[in-house]
Design a protein around this ligand. Structure first.
Ligand SMILES: Cc1cc2nc3c(=O)[nH]c(=O)nc-3n(C[C@H](O)[C@H](O)[C@H](O)COP(=O)(O)OP(=O)(O)OC[C@H]3O[C@@H](n4cnc5c(N)ncnc54)[C@H](O)[C@@H]3O)c2cc1C
Length: 395
């Protein structure tokens, strides 16, 4: 177990095993205060859930747990990214719902720390405290899997840019104060070479954000419209024209750390399902048993794979196209888990409107999206075939 000293704070950075023990102790000691966070907000509306999560984020920040694994210069306490992975695993292990905004933090904060430390220094402390939320504006109506076709344009204006265009499927967009937007700064034919990542204050004149309701009934994402929005020079994340490299960097964390965070949640759900079955005292039937077995297998596979990836990311290694394996395994494990839960509690999920059943139903619907967002599974499989296994291209 290594103990590294954080130069700026003079605090010792714990090794993983020590961090786990200390965090578990703290979670145990604060069991009563953490009780409200074992479930979402009382009425299950996403706006209330977002507010509810702020309380937990603030508590974790103030106790330090939400700050480990982020640089001191950006409001963290230092130490490697694996300390964040420990937090997600231990929260889920203690039966606590991981704040939805942590997904966006994993995705965007890693990008800012690497490509725009001046933005990270200002905004990450606010995010860690639960005061700010950000979103990721990549997808457009005509550009999802094929992001290089995006049309949102940032044209030079003075020292900065003017941003115009539309983004869609922006997770937590309507609750966010800032967005990382991928925009075209090159000419129309510049494909992935002419893109720039831009930090946009969503309260700027010319920005309109509209919520979109998903099939699970939750309005968790939005569409964003930009009409000649002023972007100061300090809003460029990385280099002008370097947006593709920034997006690829970010995707490592979106696909890697996110998969780890979710495996922790899936294991929790499966443990709870196993307890439910044991408590009934009757066998669930062969279809449900098989589905549960498949889910446990898929989630164990995801955890094993993801563990390695988290270590690589934490060591500063870039997994490259191999990260598509994690993303594909995640989609498979998500759907296997919620399919199994549906079979184990068919009546509750299909017929009941009680709080727990509504959440279960929403989670089942959401699991259908896990093979789409962050890169559709068909595309991930193509990447694995062509760029990891080096099989011949068929197109
Ligand atoms: C719940 C959810 C949250 C999201 N959050 C965000 C967000 O916060 N920010 C953001 O920018 N975007 C977000 N997205 C959008 C997401 O990134 C896109 O949906 C995704 O990239 C796929 O793009 P698309 O929807 O345009 O589908 P398309 O790219 O049109 O794909 C449609 C189908 O064609 C298949 N396909 C496409 N190209 C190929 C190919 N080359 N080879 C094989 N098959 C192919 C796909 O697999 C898919 O089945 C979110 C989506 C969902 C569902």
């Amino acid at each position: 177990m290594s103990l590294v000293t954080s130069a700026e704070h003079g605090e010792s950075v714990p090794g993983v095993a020590e961090h786990v023990i200390r965090l578990r102790n703290w979670l145990g000691e604060h069991d009563a205060e953490l009780e409200p966070y074992r479930r979402r907000s009382a009425n299950g509306e996403i706006a209330q859930d977002v507010e509810h999560d702020r309380g937990l984020m603030s508590m974790l920040h103030d106790a330090g747990w939400g700050r480990w694994g982020w640089p001191v210069g950006a409001g963290g306490l230092g130490g490697p990214a694996i300390l964040r992975a420990v937090l997600y695993d231990e929260l889920a292990g203690a039966g606590i719902e991981i704040p939805e905004a942590y997904v966006m933090m994993e995705t965007l904060a890693s990008l800012l720390v690497e490509y725009a430390p001046q933005i990270a220094a200002v905004h990450l402390p606010a995010f860690l405290q639960g005061r700010e939320i950000w979103c990721q504006g990549f997808s457009e109506p005509e550009a999802g899997s094929d992001l290089a076709q995006l049309r949102t344009r940032a044209r030079p204006e003075g020292d900065g840019f003017r941003l115009s265009g539309q983004k869609v499927w922006t997770t937590l967009g309507q609750f966010s104060q800032y967005a990382a937007v991928l925009a075209r700064t090159g000419d129309a034919a510049s494909a992935h070479r002419g893109l720039t990542m831009i930090w946009v204050d969503l309260r700027s004149p010319g920005v309109t954000v509209r919520a979109i309701e998903a099939s699970n009934g939750r309005a968790e994402f939005a569409e964003m419209f930009f009409d000649e929005v002023d972007i100061p020079p300090s809003g460029v994340i990385g280099q002008v024209g370097g947006g593709w490299a920034a997006a690829m960097y970010l995707l490592q964390f979106e696909r890697g750390m996110y998969a780890w965070l979710r495996q922790a949640v899936l294991h929790r759900r499966l443990r709870e399902a196993a307890r439910l079955v044991a408590g009934r005292g009757t066998k669930p039937g062969p279809a449900a048993e098989q589905a549960l077995g498949r889910a446990i297998q898929a989630t164990a596979m995801l955890r094993a794979r993801s563990r390695r990836t988290v270590h690589r990311l934490s060591d500063g290694e870039n997994p490259g196209p191999e990260i598509s394996i994690d993303k594909a395994l995640l989609g498979i494990a998500e759907q296997a888990t919620f399919d199994a839960l549906r079979l184990l509690d068919w009546d509750g999920m299909a017929l009941s409107d009680a709080g727990g059943s509504t959440t279960q139903r929403e989670e089942w619907f959401y699991s259908r999206a896990t093979t789409i967002f962050g890169g559709a599974i068909d595309v991930q499989r193509d990447i694995v075939a062509e760029r990891v296994l080096m099989l011949p291209r068929t197109r």
